[in-house]
Design a protein. Structure first.
Ligand code: HEM
Length: 134
């Protein structure tokens, strides 16, 4: 079925390109029970089945997000760096590029708060450097 497709150069098997498995969202959505639970967080797919009873926040919240994109709720909780590190062990692949939706802020810079804050702070420091502008 899935061929590894030696695209690219004259490929003698060198190069260390890691092969990434891509999953369609529709496949992820099927893994939505306590028997098998996958989540998408920031475009990555995680099989967190073994983690279900270990989650310090309880299994309920994970089951609510089962098979879906949990990026927002994951961030809302303000998970620690340790929690983010734990994610790595459950990583199984990426969301298929055709199913990726842009994360907020990446499209329209005027709607991007970080960008606005940066512009404001640049203006403020320019005022400090050139007080005659004020
Ligand atoms: C699979 C990915 C996840 C991992 C590895 C993870 C890991 C953790 C860890 C280690 C904690 C302890 C506190 C900390 O270190 O931040 C925690 C707490 C918590 N998590 Fe998650 N979590 C995940 C997904 C989620 C999701 C999707 C939700 C959705 C709502 C959630 C909700 C919570 C809540 C409510 C707490 C409890 C906070 C508290 O009582 O202080 N977690 N999680």
């Amino acid at each position: 079925m899935a061929s590894t497709g030696a695209s690219g150069s004259d490929g003698k098997g060198q190069g260390v390109a890691k092969s990434v498995t891509y999953y369609r969202l529709e496949e992820v959505a099927k893994r939505n029970s306590s028997k098998e639970i996958w989540l998408v967080i920031h475009g990555r797919v995680y099989d967190i089945t073994p983690f279900l009873n270990e989650h310090p926040g309880g299994e309920e919240v994970l089951l609510e997000q089962a098979g879906a994109d949990a990026s927002e709720s994951f961030e809302d909780v303000g998970h620690s760096i340790d929690a983010r590190e734990m994610l790595k062990q459950y990583y199984i692949g990426d969301v298929h590029p055709n199913d990726l939706k842009p994360e907020s802020g990446s499209k329209d810079p005027s709607k991007n708060d970080t960008c606005k804050r940066f512009m404001l702070s640049t203006e403020l420091s320019a005022m400090n450097l050139f007080p005659e502008l004020q």
